[in-house]
Design a protein around this ligand. Structure first.
Ligand SMILES: *Cc1c(COP(=O)(O)O)cnc(C)c1O
Length: 421
């Protein structure tokens, strides 16, 4: 459920008309709903009650400071995968003890940053990383709380680019080697084992792969405890999928996911950490764009819009589907027409939708790409020297620009021409 609904023929973000934001900010822009973000965070948190738990929002899905502040103030922890994301979490006021540091390639600088600023735990993904972290922590006279990310070798049955839990993926330590690597971790100075981490992929629309992974984690917990390790936290990663179309079958709800966690892991007495990204942010955001031209091709009609693949890369990168809706509601009974919705970038890949049935659309009209809150603005680039899209946050009847559109001057001044040219 989200808070982007029509009222009196106008698409709203909560109580603000999208068209009013467009008039104030210009297009394209991302808009997020605070009520939707809040609701999704709470759904997860409540689904895990009464287990002790921390919901660590995966910042990589949507990393704007205002969003992090909103979620942090609700009590969310943060899952970060880079020094930059760590700095964002801190800048949004999230204390170090609520920040987990994930990622397969943490650098020593990133480790130092988090150890100095405070961190809940590092989710360590390899033996070389274990050695590096031990060295860095020892040199700082610190103790790094760690879990090992284990790769349970389960098929997440999702898009191959975002499946992470098979043994051929680069992520984690093979579960078959886990006991040996835990023994090594326990023997190294500067490290304190606190639990186990697993994350098998993104946009999962079935609970079965989670169940397969959690059952393996329960077994591993018992084994590691028998080996003498303290396993007091289980970090279960993120990955629960969202509906990208309103017609397809609904993915499992956080409530079902919570019930599964309790059933498979609840008896272990561990604190549960989860790292949802997409499920919190995905349906909390829209990308709004204006139609520049309606171009009649030989056998199709193109809607050329002012957003492009650099603003929302998911369709060209993953073949992803986003529902597209007019901001001014179509007249009832208006006969739909098939359009190819494309951006202005000079690549055929800059296509948002092919033969998409939409009500009749004219130049100058506004379109909203739904489910664009996750992996949208964060993956935007300035390809074609198109300024990064601004971001807007709505709460109730007010809105604020939470990232401004850079001017061309802003873009150009980051570059310099050497004196010898
Ligand atoms: C990407 C990622 C997440 C979030 O995944 P979603 O599918 O957005 O929920 C959580 N944890 C880790 C380690 C990740 O890499």
């Amino acid at each position: 459920m989200d808070h982007f609904l029509y009222k009196n023929g106008q698409l709203m973000a909560e109580d603000v008309a999208i068209a009013d934001i467009a008039a104030a900010v210009g297009t394209p822009f991302y808009v997020y709903s605070a009520a939707t973000l809040t609701r999704h965070y709470r759904l997860f948190s409540e689904a895990l009650d009464p287990l002790p738990h921390t919901v660590c929002f995966a910042i990589k899905s949507l990393s704007n400071l205002a969003v992090l502040k909103l979620l942090g103030d609700l009590g969310a922890g943060m899952d970060v995968v880079s020094g930059g994301e760590y700095m964002r979490a801190k800048a949004a006021g999230v204390p170090g003890e609520r920040i987990v540091f994930s990622g397969v390639g943490k650098t020593r600088d990133e480790m130092r940053l988090a150890l100095t600023g405070g961190v809940r735990q590092f989710n360590v993904e390899s033996e070389p990383e274990l050695l590096a972290l031990s060295e860095v922590a020892t040199a700082l006279g610190a103790v790094a709380p760690i879990t090992l990310r284990v790769n349970p070798d389960v098929d997440a049955k999702t898009h191959e680019k975002i499946a992470t839990g098979k043994k051929e993926n680069k992520f984690g330590i093979p579960i078959s080697k886990a006991r040996a690597v835990y023994a090594q971790a326990a023997s190294l100075p500067g490290l304190q084992v606190v639990g186990i981490d697993v994350h098998i992929g993104s946009q999962l629309t079935d609970l079965a792969p989670f169940e397969a992974a959690f059952v393996k984690i329960a077994e591993l917990t018992e084994q590691l405890r028998a080996d003498g390790h303290t396993i007091s936290r289980l970090d279960l990663g993120g990955g629960l999928g969202i509906p990208y179309t309103r017609s397809n079958e609904a993915p499992p709800l956080p409530l079902d996911y919570g019930a599964l966690v309790k059933r498979t892991l609840g008896h272990l007495g561990c604190e549960i950490e989860i790292e949802p990204g997409r499920l919190i942010s995905g349906n909390s955001g829209l990308l709004v764009s204006e139609v520049i031209y309606v171009k009649e091709g030989e056998d199709r009609t193109f809607l050329i819009v002012d957003a492009a693949m650099n603003d929302l890369v998911r369709p060209s990168m993953y073949g992803a589907h986003h529902d597209i809706v007019p901001v001014i509601e179509a007249a009832a009974g208006a006969p739909p027409q098939d359009y190819d919705v494309v951006g202005p970038v000079c690549e055929t890949g800059d296509t948002f939708a092919k033969a998409r049935a939409l009500p009749p659309i004219g130049a100058g009209e506004l379109l909203a790409f739904r489910s664009a809150g996750a992996y949208g603005a964060v993956m935007a680039s300035e390809y074609n020297t198109r300024p990064l899209v601004p971001e807007v946050l709505v709460q109730g009847d007010h809105f604020a620009v939470i990232r401004a559109r850079p001017t061309f001057e802003d873009i150009l001044k980051r570059e310099s021409i050497p004196a010898w040219l």
